[in-house]
Design a protein around this ligand. Structure first.
Ligand SMILES: [Cu+2]
Length: 68
């Protein structure tokens, strides 16, 4: 499993946290996605053979948030 941390802008409450986690976990190959609301980060463990950073960034963007 590979690990990545994305900086996500625009998350302000627990709903945002869940939206971003759900968007990431909906991707094939993403094992876990944990948002730290205070830090504005999403920590992801994933299978690099199935998903890449670009797809994860797109999922976050499509959910309405900005990846820095
Ligand atoms: Cu919110």
């Amino acid at each position: 499993m590979a690990e990545a941390t994305l900086q996500v802008a625009g998350m302000s409450c627990n709903h945002c946290k869940m939206s971003v986690e759900k968007a990431l976990q909906g991707l094939t190959g993403v094992s876990t996605a944990v948002v730290d609301l205070a830090a504005g980060t999403a920590r992801i463990t994933y299978d690099a053979a199935e998903v890449n950073l670009e797809a994860m960034k797109k999922a976050v963007t499509d959910a309405g948030y900005e990846v820095k």
